[in-house]
Design a protein around this ligand. Structure first.
Ligand code: PLP
Length: 470
């Protein structure tokens, strides 16, 4: 299997090269030349597999340049009860009205990003060792992604992480999660300012091409192809867990921001997993809901992005959306280039002529949830089912209940645990969310973090240079 760019300017690459690449050199995103197809016989053979064995089967369709024995070793070291809290890895629970919750947040940072990032850490270590290369990840985070990356890369050979976060802007829990890591290859840089100030420094470092080449600087953002592939696995697992037979169909409801999670659902559906509908749930930042209702994609500026109580979905330009649009326009890179030229000029684009195809051929539908909906849903699920859900998962449950049809099996993806968003849980329920075992007193652990002013590009570069020559 080889990988091409949505913008047509990439000579086809094998999997191992694709996963080390951020954006393709032409500005596009990597996708396989065609999706592997999974037939009924394969579904029947896969239904009883453990998570790690299923992950091996699915990922080997995409990563065919990694010898089977090596890939088997990588996935079995990744998806363990020790890391994900149970042998099931992604168990389900059913609410009283039949809605299924697929638990994806029992990993080390209590959000679904661990599902992909833990695999990425082991894949990076393996591929870098084979190539005799090093990778120094420079990133910015306002919470979930940065901590998932640090927990995935800690202690890995040939990988260092330099993660910038806005000083004083994350919750005490989130700070403790990141800053308490003492591994020598993990560096926390607290920047005076907001998330955008951190992002500006990352961009300045990335744009210094000489520095970037000399110090092997890379990223691990949500467009990374290995992350998408790793996420495809739990759509298969969720389907098997929620059904009794491969004659059934399910729909998935996905709290969405960058469209990375639901993009994996789209790929699973293209592969032949019996998915009825893909339900995209947004918060007040509803650029995706607007597209799936009207066919018009109108990304907003960061000044028009609301800060909400489901902060990991506060995104107004969905980076992975380009992968779906590539399929929607018949995999024509010229059309994708033209559409994204409009996006870059701030104009957006209108594909309303294709709306019927979006719904019927690709199965997409969407809905939106607000702060009040979130509070109501958290209260209702707690009262009716005795389950405390996090704010992002609540957005998904709200939208799933809005659009669900009689007889439809809807699986809601749980994207985080409530312990990460305690303030809103207290606002909704008047009580603290449950804390998983092992997280008590995490705020009291010693912390390792270096502070920088805003615009401290030179100081950050000097810090990276010093750390890498130590
Ligand atoms: C990242 C994240 C999302 C959004 O996922 P995308 O892949 O960006 O659509 C939703 N909920 C939580 C808790 C997240 O961390």
């Amino acid at each position: 299997m080889r990988y091409i760019s949505t913008r047509g300017g990439l000579a086809p690459l094998p999997f191992s090269d694709t996963i080390l690449m951020g954006l393709a050199p032409d500005g596009g995103l990597a996708l396989p030349e065609s999706y592997p197809k999974v037939g009924r016989a394969q579904l029947d053979a896969w239904r009883g597999l453990s998570y790690a064995d299923l992950a091996f089967e699915v990922i080997s369709l995409f990563a065919d340049d990694i010898p089977a024995a090596d890939l088997k070793d990588i996935v079995s070291r990744t998806y363990t009860a020790e890391v994900f809290g149970s042998a099931d890895i992604t168990p389900i629970k059913r609410l009283h009205d039949g809605l299924v919750i697929l638990e994806l947040s029992n990993g080390p940072t209590l959000a679904f990003k661990d599902m992909a990032m833990q695999l990425l850490g082991n894949l990076f270590e393996y591929v870098l060792e084979k190539k005799g290369e090093q990778l120094n990840i420079v990133g910015a985070t306002s919470g979930d992604t940065g901590s998932a990356a640090e927990y995935a890369m800690r202690g890995k050979h040939n990988v260092n992480v330099f993660m910038m976060s806005p000083a004083g802007k994350m919750s005490a829990f989130q700070r403790a999660q990141m800053y308490s890591l003492m591994d020598a290859n993990i560096h926390n840089l607290a920047i005076e300012g907001v998330f955008d100030d951190c992002q500006d420094i990352v961009k300045a470092v990335q744009n210094d091409h000489a520095f970037k080449a000399k110090y092997k600087i890379g990223t691990v953002n949500s467009i990374n192809w290995a992350r998408v592939v790793a996420q495809v696995v739990y759509y298969f697992k969720g389907y098997f867990n929620a059904t009794d037979s491969n004659d059934q169909k399910v729909s998935f409801c996905v709290p969405s921001g960058n469209f990375g999670n639901v993009c994996a659902g789209h790929i699973a559906r293209q592969m032949g997993l019996p998915i009825e509908r893909l339900i995209v749930a947004t918060n007040e930042n509803d650029v995706l809901d607007e597209f799936f209702r009207t066919g018009v994609y109108r990304p907003r500026a960061s000044s028009e992005t609301y800060i909400t109580s489901s902060p990991s979905m506060d995104i107004s330009k969905a980076s992975n959306f380009e992968r779906f649009v590539f399929d929607l326009v018949g995999r024509d890179p010229q059309q994708v280039r033209a559409l994204w030229a409009k996006v870059d000029s701030g104009e957006g684009f209108d594909l309303s002529a294709k709306l019927a195809e979006v719904r019927e051929r690709f199965g997409f539908v969407s809905g939106k949830s607000t702060h009040q909906d979130r509070l109501d849903t958290i209260r209702r699920v707690d009262a009716e089912d005795g389950v405390v859900v996090d704010t992002h998962t609540a957005d998904g449950i709200k939208v799933a209940r809005d659009v669900r049809q009689p007889g439809e099996i809807v699986v809601c993806l749980e994207t985080a645990l409530p312990a990460k968003f305690a303030d809103t849980i207290v606002e909704a329920l008047g009580k603290q969310p449950p804390r998983p075992a092992g997280f008590d007193g995490i705020e009291d652990l010693p912390q390792k973090v270096t502070e920088f002013g805003a615009n401290a590009v030179g100081e950050v570069k000097a810090y990276i240079e010093r750390a890498l020559s130590a």
